[in-house]
Design a protein around this ligand. Structure first.
Ligand code: SF4
Length: 231
């Protein structure tokens, strides 16, 4: 998709207007305005709220996940509970190489030595394939999650991937997310109850301590706080 001046101007205007709109209004606008939209779902708290809203509003939005083959078993169980509850299929995008091939080519436990390379192979490249042919993707990014996300707008131009990016929960607080989950009895990952506010691959995710940043448990001790699909 081409980032014309007209499109960039529209995105800027809509980012301002949508700031005060509900989750349902934002998703509906995005689904009507852009074709072949998709939610990138990690089955975390924000994403299950988005799945619930997309299904409830009957919006023509695909839902996919990046199966790194290193997800927690609780994450796969959450996927299956959501599929059963909502009757939706979640598209799976996997790395081009297996864990065995990765170990043979780059050495065992690449995530401990070169996590950026591991994320590039197992997340960033599969995301590129997941976004091919799409005009818009949707994420569960919230501004309060991390300093790297503090300036996220409700709708943005994603120059890295060449399409529109919708962040309908950008302004939401953690409390608002959990109030929605409880009110609508949305299935969620049980690891959230064990102090995992942000859940990725099992080798790179730990619980957080009181007062820590919501993403402090990701790649702990490495200085890395993003996998590369948003930054
Ligand atoms: S989060 Fe860790 S295990 Fe998962 S792809 Fe990135 S470096 Fe590899």
């Amino acid at each position: 998709m081409e980032a014309t001046d007209t499109l960039l101007w529209e995105i800027d205007e809509e980012a301002r207007r949508l700031e005060g709109c509900s989750l349902e209004e934002i998703l509906t606008w995005g689904a009507q305005r852009f074709q072949h939209s998709a939610l990138a779902c990690s089955f975390g708290a924000e994403d299950v709220v988005l799945v619930d809203a997309i299904v409830h509003e009957q919006l023509p939005i695909d839902i996919f996940y990046l199966d790194t083959q290193l997800l927690f078993k609780e994450t796969y169980q959450t996927r299956d509970r959501l599929a059963q509850r909502y009757g939706r299929t979640f598209l799976s995008f996997q790395p081009r190489i297996s864990l065995g091939e990765q170990a043979a080519q780059f050495g065992d436990r690449l995530w401990e030595r070169r996590p950026d390379q591991c994320c590039a192979l197992r997340k960033v490249e599969p995301l590129r394939r997941a976004l091919q042919g799409r005009q818009m993707w949707i994420t569960g990014i919230r501004r309060e999650q991390a300093p790297t996300r503090a300036r996220a707008r409700v709708v943005e131009w994603d120059a890295k991937n060449g399409l529109v990016k919708l962040n309908p929960l950008a302004a939401w607080t953690s409390k608002e997310v959990w109030d929605r989950i409880v009110a609508r009895r949305i299935p969620y990952n049980p690891l959230h109850d064990l102090n995992y506010p942000s859940i990725g691959c099992w080798p790179c995710t730990t619980p957080v301590q009181p007062g820590e940043d919501l993403r402090a448990g990701r790649w702990r001790g490495t200085g890395k706080i993003e996998c590369g699909i948003h930054q």
